[in-house]
Design a binder for this molecule. Structure first.
Ligand code: IPE
Ligand code: IPE
Ligand code: MG
Ligand code: MG
Length: 300
């Protein structure tokens, strides 16, 4: 466990350092200030760490890929800025600070999100070229990430379209696959493509990522019910307030914990079939789910 913590702490430090100098080349403007404000606030950097962890677990030198992997955090930040808007979750705290539209205003937040979506792909291309990745790998990475972004947007749209509707637990999980799991899956596959893993290994990484992502969102939705904003750095209780359908909201916390355990166990089964090192990816899965719930004395 100590080895795992040291490994993700080191990765996070490098990712944070890269992101801190992200917008230096932009002209001073409210867009620069707003992008920097939300990007460089306290985050787990889970998605960039996932990319680097697959690379490390495949036996490559992950440090070479810090800049490329860190770029994915612009996309993560953009989704959160838009998610917090008054027309969406209407959250006024994010990452322990005033959310973007509270610090600036709604127009700036919409445009900062738009800018960061575009900046993600611009930067991934730029960093891929610096690494001399082949055109084929660059096309694969961009295809994976564009697909994930389409699915995130679709998931968010379905979630808001179904607000207050009596949708089934299966439908909620389908939405979760799009809005959250597709992104986790895409980061793992990006690491896999960079590491030249074959199609069967990429398929296993996808399966692992989908179950990881669903488990991560169920954890987040349980914490939205029982969590403390001081601990999480964001508003809790927003799903109920906004009539958003979540698994624990629909079937209760206890039954959700049963499904959460099943998803973690399926993810671990898939991980065991992979031909790469497993300890860091297993550690990340537990860190993103079980360990977060332990903070609230829930042991699964
Ligand atoms: C928040 O993601 C959005 C969800 C999918 C639950 P994270 O919990 O990874 O957010 P940061 O990046 O650490 O702020
Ligand atoms: C975050 O989802 C946005 C995306 C997954 C795109 P949530 O609304 O469930 O996450 P938090 O609780 O605000 O971080
Ligand atoms: Mg939301
Ligand atoms: Mg939200």
């Amino acid at each position: 466990m100590i080895g795992f913590i040291a490994s993700i702490t080191e990765k996070k430090k490098h990712i944070d350092n890269y992101l801190q100098q992200s917008f230096n080349s932009l002209n001073t403007s409210i867009l620069k200030e707003s992008s920097d404000y939300s990007t460089n606030s306290e985050s787990k950097r889970l998605r960039a760490i996932l990319i680097l962890s697959v690379i490390e677990s495949s036996g490559l030198d992950w440090k070479k890929y810090i800049d490329l992997a860190s770029s994915i955090e612009y996309l993560q930040t953009a989704t959160l800025i838009h998610d917090d808007l008054p027309c969406m979750d209407n959250s006024d705290i994010r990452r322990g600070k005033a959310s973007n539209h509270k610090k600036f205003n709604e127009s700036v937040s919409v445009l900062t999100g738009d800018f960061l979506f575009s900046y993600t792909f611009y930067n991934i291309l730029r960093e891929s070229k610096k690494l001399n990745l082949s055109d084929s790998i660059i096309v694969k990475i961009n295809t994976i990430l564009f697909n994930a972004l389409n699915r995130i947007i679709n998931g968010q749209t379905e979630e808001f379209h179904n607000k207050s509707n009596n949708i089934s637990p299966d439908k909620i999980i389908e939405i979760t696959k799009d809005k959250t799991a597709s992104f986790i899956e895409a980061c793992l596959k990006t690491g896999g493509v960079i590491s030249s893993l074959d199609a069967s290994q990429l398929k296993l990484l996808s399966e692992f990522g989908i179950n990881f992502g669903i488990a991560f969102q169920i954890t987040d939705d349980i914490i939205d019910i029982i969590g403390l904003k001081e601990k999480e750095g964001k508003n809790e209780g927003t799903d109920l307030k906004n009539h958003i359908c979540t698994l624990p909201g629909k079937i209760g916390i206890d039954k959700s914990l049963v499904i959460l355990k099943e998803k973690i166990s399926s993810a671990l089964d898939t991980l065991n079939q992979l031909n790469i090192k497993k300890d860091i990816l297993k550690g990340l899965l537990i860190f993103a789910t079980e360990s977060r719930l332990k903070n609230y004395n829930i042991n699964i």
